[in-house]
Design a protein around this ligand. Structure first.
Ligand code: C5P
Length: 278
């Protein structure tokens, strides 16, 4: 992310290059009417596009906790995800407040209802000003079409195929005989035919989906882990870098950042990891 700040005449700046080769912390002390405030701008060299792909999931129970995270992270990234936990606790007001910081919001409510109700919710989200919204593709083509027809204000509709928590056993329980990979592809085709803008995918599905749909769709992945937070079982996760190299447009990251003792440093470590060239 590159930030340009308009500073008053009496601003003093200090550039600290000790952090890393890629992250330059620019610390400005601003004196205004005798009051000293400070502004820290991180300039991530050559990283504008990559940093814009990172979306931090605000999976916390209250506005206070969510806004504390936004405050700590918003000079490094500009996109946050609000999901069921925070939205159910705080409602549209927290969305408005995060948007008012100049950040983008992905409203991850995974809508699944009759077409008329989903269309109404898409309209409400569009007017709220969120940038992305999720729907379940298993609602069928009529529901998906109702959602895409109701889009306004350039909202991006992402479709969820099969939840990453689901297994073949889960599909059997609900009467689906296909394996997970086939069901993902079936729903992804249904979604793209009904006009969705993108898909939420497991990192391991990126290559197949990119191969099938090319650049016509956005791909957002979640459930990924930076190398330093990776658990022993590497098969279940991908690192942010692997996901970007596989072709993800957006990477949603939650706990590796939000549950860290220092979320800001955790995000910096991820951005540094992404900037390193082999
Ligand atoms: O696990 P983490 O805290 O990084 O999750 C961030 C977001 O990714 C959560 O909001 C969750 O909805 C989503 N997620 C997912 N599939 C997983 C793990 C998490 O979609 N396997």
């Amino acid at each position: 992310m590159e930030a340009i700040a308009a500073l008053p005449k009496n601003a003093q700046g200090k550039i600290d290059l000790s952090g890393s080769q890629y992250l330059h912390r620019v610390h400005f002390v601003v004196m205004s009417s005798g009051v000293e405030t400070s502004l820290t701008v991180l300039r991530i060299l050559g990283m504008t596009k990559t940093a814009d792909k990172i979306i931090v999931a605000l999976d916390v129970p209250s506005s206070n906790e969510a806004l504390a995270l936004v405050d700590q992270l918003r000079d490094q990234i500009s996109f946050f995800k609000i999901g069921l936990q925070l939205y159910t606790a705080e409602g549209p007001e927290i969305v408005r407040t995060v948007l008012a910081t100049g950040s983008k919001v992905w409203l991850d409510l995974k809508l699944y209802d009759i077409p008329n109700t989903v269309a109404g919710a898409v309209k409400s989200a569009s007017h709220l000003g969120v940038h992305m919204l999720t729907i379940h593709l298993s609602g069928g083509s009529e529901m998906i079409r109702a959602a895409t027809d109701a889009r306004a204000n350039d909202i991006v509709i992402l479709g969820v195929t099969v939840l990453t928590s689901a297994t073949e056993q889960t599909l059997r329980e609900i009467g689906i005989a296909d394996n997970v990979a086939d069901q993902v592809l079936r729903l992804a085709r249904l979604g793209t035919q009904a006009g969705i803008d993108g898909l939420v995918a497991s990192p391991h599905e990126i290559k197949t989906l990119r191969g099938e749909f090319g650049d016509k769709i956005k791909i957002a992945v979640q459930g990924i882990r930076p190398s330093w937070a990776e658990p022993g079982d590497q098969k279940r996760f991908m690192t942010p870098r692997e996901a970007i190299e596989a072709g993800a447009d957006y990477i949603g990251i939650g706990r590796p950042i939000t549950a860290d003792r220092n979320p800001r440093e955790a995000l910096e470590r991820i951005l540094e990891e992404l900037s390193l060239r082999s």
